[in-house]
Design a protein around this ligand. Structure first.
Ligand code: HAS
Ligand code: CU
Length: 561
């Protein structure tokens, strides 16, 4: 469909701004691996301190890039399937708030006033502007969603007998979950941390802020991956040359995310003393349950790919894999999808290890955890973002995507990098290597009394992986910005490959109505969070402590002196 001038401009800003920041995000990621492996043995490089860089890496890659992308991909998908642009007020206000919020975050992080990592755990204190900037990004994304809901009701009244398309269901499930889960973090950011950082309140309840964060932080990870799931179900079967194996299975998997994503955040707090073991056991069971929609996705998408391979002439049990359109520059998007899926097999399995209350005691706060999440968020999530950013920018701007060969090999190169990086981190993690630590100052520095030679090989493999990822990213930036700075040659359009469903399935009313699922999600959230908050208030209380990253002593003592 055709795109209006204003909508086009908004989409292009929403793609270019996060990709420009992503350069800084990736740079700081590569630097992490150099510090960890002991190649760098200093607290700061080029004026950026280790934790300042780690904060930029996390905030830019995991919050800014992902949220911008989810919003732009949502705009694009909704416009494509409902054949309507969202209202101007919604997309413009949303983009304005998100750009403002990320600019504020970028400035305070660059000034070193917000080195509190993307989890902003109190009593580590950041500038109040950082909390406000992050809240603006989130609130901006809510406004985009409000615009889609409005045109959805209009579409529904014009097409009363049509089913909600799977891509729209996925987008709405994602943003409903996101909206519910981000209310606690907005309260944490604006109601607790901002007044505390401004000095209006002088105490903060640390376990409470952490519980509010993880109530958001776990659904956040599904918010990163659900756009890719939408792509796996609605785009991938088509570009692989096949059909979606089961539409009902896809709908059920998406709706299961709606009910199971938010109640399980406490699995990030298994090591926290204040929350009782019985809640943790229940959360562990629910965490295994939230793996079910991903297992279902593995089977449905796997079956769709097998069908595609057979359509391309494959016989026998496994030949379908080799018949898929690997490394084809006329079908570059396929690589971004399939590489993400392959990484996710290992990312998902390591997540199930984390979700086990007992095994978590071994891996928590070790390199294993970033090993796990680089095979999820730096796997299917980022690869989908990279692929679709090229695709959407090309169509919306009408600018040519040249360098097709490079664009095609990038996901494969990136995947080799992620595999090595994650392997190094996980192997090191199993030997006790800590996460979020400048090991070059200590454990991997032969001159330090803390030197541990066993962590040198694992952190070196991590570094090699990081350098390969950095190279793939560099090639990507060259291709993307070459397109950005070229002249438009085609009419701007919004278009997406649409997969057909293989079977004509019976409609199941429960899979066509989100309401019962929203109610069930509230019940499950209550089942884990009412007892968790009761524990937090019983065993935790607000304290006066505050720390800043550049000063290891408690600032409250300094204030009193
Ligand atoms: Fe996780 C920590 C549990 C999924 C991200 N996770 C993290 C953190 C991040 C993160 C960022 O229970 C660290 C947060 C921090 O800073 O502290 N995670 C899970 C579980 C799953 C899971 C059970 N995580 C994700 C996803 C993420 C993500 C998705 C981002 C996008 N995670 C945890 C736990 C922790 C944790 C604990 C806390 C650890 C700690 O102690 O701090 C599940 O949802 C995973 C289910 C996935 C599967 C895989 C299905 C496979 C598919 C691919 C099929 C392939 C095909 C291709 C079809 C069961 C769909 C075949 C074709 C060929 C040709 C071969
Ligand atoms: Cu989680």
């Amino acid at each position: 469909m055709k795109v209006s001038k204003q909508f086009k401009r908004t989409l292009l800003i929403g793609l270019t701004m996060p990709m420009s920041l992503f350069i800084l995000g990736v740079y700081n990621g590569v630097m992490q691996t150099l510090y960890r492996s002991g190649v760098l043995q200093q607290p700061a490089t080029a004026g950026i301190n280790y934790y300042q860089g780690l904060t930029m890496h996390g905030v830019i890659n995991a919050i800014v890039v992902t949220t911008f992308f989810a919003v732009v991909f949502g705009h694009y998908t909704v416009a494509h399937y409902l054949k309507k642009e969202p209202s101007k007020w919604s997309y413009m206000l949303s983009m304005f708030l998100m750009v403002l919020g990320s600019t504020i975050d970028l400035i305070v992080m660059a000034l070193g006033k917000a080195s509190a990592l993307y989890t902003f755990y109190a009593p580590l204190q950041a500038s109040p502007l950082f909390y406000i900037g992050t809240a603006l990004i989130i609130i901006g994304s809510w406004i985009a969603f409000a615009g889609w809901v409005k045109i959805w009701y209009r579409w529904k009244s014009e097409n009363p007998n049509s089913k909600m398309p799977i891509a729209i269901l996925g987008t709405f499930v994602n943003f409903t979950m996101w909206f519910m889960a981000s209310i606690p973090v907005i309260y944490e950011l604006l109601g607790l941390l901002t007044p505390w950082a401004l000095g209006i309140t002088d105490k903060v309840n640390v376990p409470m802020t952490r519980t509010l964060f993880w109530m958001f932080g776990h659904p956040l990870v599904y918010f990163w991956i659900l756009p890719a799931y939408v792509g796996f179900y609605t785009i991938l079967p088509k570009i692989a040359g096949g059909k979606l194996y089961s539409g009902n299975a896809a709908r059920l998997a998406l709706l299961l995310f709606l009910i199971l994503s938010t109640p399980v955040g406490v699995h990030h707090q298994f090591s926290e003393g204040g929350i009782s073991p019985s809640i943790k056991l229940w959360v562990s069971i629910l965490t295994f349950a939230v793996s079910i929609p991903s297992f279902m996705t593995a089977f449905t998408v796997g079956a769709s790919l097998e069908y595609a391979g057979r359509q391309r002439g494959a016989t026998g049990l496994f030949q379908w894999m080799s018949k898929l359109p690997w490394l084809r520059s006329d079908n570059y998007l396929f690589g971004y999808f399939i590489c993400g899926l392959i990484l996710f097999i290992f990312g998902g399995l390591s997540g199930i290890v984390n979700g086990s209350y007992t095994l978590n005691q071994i891996v928590h706060n070790t390199g294993w955890v970033p090993g796990h999440f680089h095979m999820t968020v730096a796997g299917p999530s980022i690869l989908f973002i990279l692929g679709l950013t090229l695709f959407m920018f090309h169509h919306v701007s009408g600018k040519p995507l040249t360098s097709k060969f490079t664009v095609t090999i990038i996901p494969y190169l990136w995947t080799v990098g992620v595999a090595l990086l994650a392997h190094g981190l996980m192997a090191g993690g199993l030997m006790g290597e800590p996460r979020r630590t400048n090991m070059g100052l200590s454990y991997t520095n032969p001159d330090s009394p803390l030197f541990n030679s066993r962590w040198v090989p694992s952190s070196t493999v991590t570094m090699i992986g990081g350098l390969i990822m950095g190279t793939a990213a560099l090639l990507y930036f060259i291709c993307f910005f070459k397109m950005v700075f070229s002249k438009a040659v085609e009419e701007p359009t919004i278009t997406l490959p649409e997969s057909e469903e293989l079977h004509l399935e019976k409609d199941i009313p429960l899979l066509l109505n989100m309401r019962p699922w929203i109610i069930l999600s509230f019940i499950l959230i209550a089942s884990t969070y009412i007892p968790s908050f009761k524990n937090v208030f019983k065993y935790g209380k607000a304290v006066e402590n505050k720390y800043q990253m550049d000063n290891p002593s408690n600032l409250i003592n300094n204030d009193k002196k």
